[in-house]
Design a protein around this ligand. Structure first.
Ligand code: HEM
Length: 470
């Protein structure tokens, strides 16, 4: 009896070992793989960035991991990143299609669409419409300035008090995109915006947690009542709100005379239905995962001197003023480098069998771009590991942008909102620094810069005191 049990145990161990995922020939190297779990134990689900950096040190700039039975390739450093995203752009421009993110969002739009006609059409349409609604023109700057006036009002009301500014900055970015999408702005406590921000925050938390990893690796658990179902409930809640808005637009629009992005989209859908070669679906909700504006503790005085000098006699800054403000530009870019907002980019996948850094990578492989490794790569930056605006200034004090500055990624899938985000960052930071002093409260202890990991890296909630400058 005992011998039979031992034999049975040995057989089970043998079968499990046989089930252990194996790396194909000439596949990127990586740590040893466990049966069923793969390399899940190598990653801290709360924040895997440190673990990923350790693995890069051991296995090089292109390595592989198994999330359960599923292999992924992680790309690090500017050389490998450019080889994949720019030189072999079309081969690395796909998006994985079998993940919780796809199932929750259901419609593909731009961000989640695989490389192909539908993605190309959506991207072209979104870029064209953003341009028509003033990106790169004065009208977008006016929209941003209008929104900043509401921020200034909120800050004016908080003079001398301590406030927690994160929600306010979220609202600024959301309202600017809402104006383009829906032609309307929302009060900072409006139910529509607060509900959507709350839903998106919870959804992204789930996407980055252990339950999402299990959902992706183990398809048989997908129909079970497990915590990842909250993401499906939240998306339903926010979709219902957006659908209400869509119906309002349908009922009040004049075809051919668009008031906003949504009207343009409805016009385009009508054209597309007449000529049904392209399929367009709406991914408006995805635009809510936008930038966090990070004000970093630095030599604000030097920024303020430059702002005062360049804007002397002017009511407000315009985006072109950036060319006269090298220090301010350096501070904004350095804040973005250190903030490392979308640290693992959005996952790509290969569209055909290909090679990277001499390794063979099969079609359909999930690709993770670790942008942190480029933004802090030794040899690419004067001061890779510290906040220092000199990273973007030459010896003459002129603004220069190193090749390794790719927080918006690179290649055909690079961020579609880069222009808008850069305009927002510049106008918001310049306008607020011109008018206010931001002070770390004396009783708040030392600032804790440890970020919260998610689809975007965000700072922990922090207190801030505001005073007028003049
Ligand atoms: C500081 C702010 C932002 C940062 C750091 C950022 C960063 C990124 C990154 C890293 C990607 C992935 C690129 C890739 O897959 O290779 C991305 C994609 C994207 N971003 Fe942004 N983004 C920002 C703001 C915005 C804004 C304001 C919008 C909306 C107008 C936007 C719209 C998009 C879209 C639509 C994509 C998908 C592009 C595609 O798949 O073709 N982003 N962004």
């Amino acid at each position: 009896m005992f011998l039979s049990l031992v034999l049975l145990g040995l057989c089970i161990c043998f079968i499990i070992l046989q089930l252990r995922p194996r790396r194909p020939k000439n596949f990127p190297p990586g740590p040893p793989v466990l049966p069923i779990l793969g390399n899940l134990l190598h990653l801290n689900p709360q924040n895997p960035l440190e673990d990923l950096e350790k693995l890069r040190k051991s296995y090089g700039n292109v390595y592989s991991l198994f999330l359960g039975p599923k292999p992924i390739v992680v790309i690090n450093g500017v050389k490998a990143m450019k080889e994949a995203m720019v030189i072999k752009a079309a081969e690395f421009a796909g998006r994985p299609q079998d993940t919780i993110v796809n199932d929750v969002f259901d419609v593909k739009g731009v961000i989640l669409a695989d490389y192909g006609t539908s993605w190309r059409e959506h991207r072209r349409f979104a870029l064209m419409t953003l341009r028509n609604f003033g990106l790169g023109k004065k009208s977008m700057e006016d929209r941003i300035h209008d929104e900043i006036q509401h921020t200034i009002k909120t800050l004016d009301e908080s003079i001398g008090r301590t406030l927690c500014p994160q929600v306010m900055f979220h609202n600024v970015a959301s309202n600017i995109i809402c104006q383009v999408l829906f032609g309307t702005r929302y009060e900072y406590d409006d139910e529509f915006v607060t509900t959507i921000i709350q839903c998106v925050t919870e959804i992204t938390k789930i996407f980055n947690g252990p339950w999402a990893m299990l959902y992706d690796c183990l398809p048989f658990i997908r129909n079970l009542p497990l915590p990842f179902n909250k993401a499906f409930k939240n998306i339903k809640r926010s979709s219902d709100l957006v659908l209400r808005l869509l119906n309002e637009h349908k009922n009040t629009r004049t075809p051919g005379e668009p008031r906003d992005f949504l009207d343009c989209y409805l016009d385009e859908m009508e054209k597309v239905c007449e000529n049904s070669q392209i399929t367009i679906s709406d991914d408006i909700l995805h635009y809510f995962s936008v930038s966090t504006v990070s004000l970093y503790e630095t030599d604000k005085k030097q920024c303020q001197q430059e702002i005062d000098q360049v804007l002397e006699g002017k009511d407000q800054a315009c985006f072109d003023d950036r060319h006269q403000m090298p220090y301010m530009q350096a501070v904004i870019h350095e804040s973005q480098r250190i903030a490392n907002t979308v640290s693992l980019s959005i996952f790509h996948c290969t569209t055909k069998d290909t090679e990277l850094a001499g390794y063979s990578i099969p079609k359909g492989m999930m690709i993770v771009q670790n942008l942190s490794t480029v933004l802090k790569e030794e040899g690419q930056w004067k001061y890779p590991h510290e906040f220092n605006p000199d990273n973007f200034l030459n010896d003459q004090g002129e603004f220069v942008k190193p090749d390794a500055f790719i927080p918006f990624s690179a290649g055909p899938r690079m961020c579609l909102g880069e222009g808008l985000a850069r305009m927002e960052l510049f106008l918001i930071m310049v306008t607020l620094l011109r008018k206010f002093k931001f002070i770390w409260p004396e009783d708040a202890g030392k600032p804790d810069y440890t970020p919260i990991f998610g689809v975007t890296l965000t700072p922990k909630p922090y207190p801030m005191k505001v005073q007028h400058r003049l």
